[in-house]
Design a protein around this ligand. Structure first.
Ligand SMILES: NC(=O)c1ccc[n+]([C@@H]2O[C@H](COP(=O)([O-])OP(=O)(O)OC[C@H]3O[C@@H](n4cnc5c(N)ncnc54)[C@H](OP(=O)(O)O)[C@@H]3O)[C@@H](O)[C@H]2O)c1
Length: 232
């Protein structure tokens, strides 16, 4: 099996890549940085806020028997009310969290045979389902990812394609993204105390738990449901 994962340098993406490599699969990482070195691992350096050219994957995708694409790379962006957020940050948040997963999904749908098993996993967020002041562009980017995921599943089902699509909210996970959230200015982020409290009470989910829950989800028979939360 071949697994393409964006954002493998830290957090959930790094844990997923390590897990699949331990299981003996071929892993392709995409992102700005990488520390993984393994005979079954290939890395393509790409800044997803700046490029949507995935032609480097053509050979790998066409040679795969079974493919999983995990659109994991994400940024919270500047934690500020939208009236204060700089425009370039709004653009790059949407580019990394929404546009890159859409174009990469499109690339894989076009280049991987319709009759071979394909799974697309988009790492979404609970913030795509409820508003969190200070995170407007992040919330919007994840809501877009959810509806994109539901729509492409229906589009490909109309063509009888062998496809599973998941848009998965992982819970509040102990990664560098949460460190950034805790460093935010409380004056622009009213939920700040609750994120500090989660860390203080040791209530953040570990990346290992996220991997375990996601693997359990992917091993279940697929029933066409797209939106999942790993909190449940
Ligand atoms: N942690 C949570 O509580 C939580 C909750 C809900 C959803 N999520 C989602 O989970 C996913 C993984 O986040 P994480 O928590 O594991 O955070 P993380 O440790 O900060 O990982 C984010 C990953 O995205 C990559 N990335 C960021 N900007 C990029 C860019 N411009 N181009 C290419 N790659 C880029 C980073 O790699 P480089 O910097 O090396 O490029 C990094 O590997 C994200 O989609 C996030 O929204 C996280």
């Amino acid at each position: 099996m071949t697994i393409i994962i964006t954002g493998v340098s830290s957090g959930i993406g790094h844990a997923l890549a390590s897990h699949y490599l331990e299981q003996g699969h071929q892993v392709v990482g995409i992102g700005r940085r990488n520390t993984i070195s393994h005979p079954n691992f290939v890395f393509f350096e790409k800044d997803l806020s700046k490029t949507t050219d995935f032609s480097c994957l053509t050979e790998i995708v066409s040679a795969a028997n079974e493919l999983i694409l995990i659109n994991n790379a994400g940024v919270i962006g500047q934690i500020e009310r939208i009236s204060e957020q700089v425009q370039s940050d709004i653009v790059s948040t949407l580019q990394v969290n929404s546009i890159a997963p859409m174009i990469l999904s499109q690339f894989v749908l076009r280049s991987f045979p319709d009759t071979s098993p394909l799974t697309i996993v988009n790492i979404s967020s609970g913030a795509g389902k409820r508003p969190i002041p200070g995170w407007a562009s992040y919330c919007a980017s994840k809501a877009a990812l959810d509806l994109f995921s539901r729509t492409i599943y229906l589009e490909e089902k109309e063509k009888n394609r062998l496809l599973r699509v998941y848009s998965v909210a992982p819970g509040v996970v102990d990664t560098p993204m949460q460190e950034q959230i805790r460093r935010a200015d409380p004056n622009s982020f009213s939920a700040h105390p609750s994120f500090l409290a989660l860390k203080e009470k040791n209530e953040l989910t570990s990346v290992e738990k996220v991997v375990e829950k996601l693997m359990a989800l992917l091993s279940k028979p697929y029933d066409g449901e797209v939106i999942y939360s790993l909190k449940e």
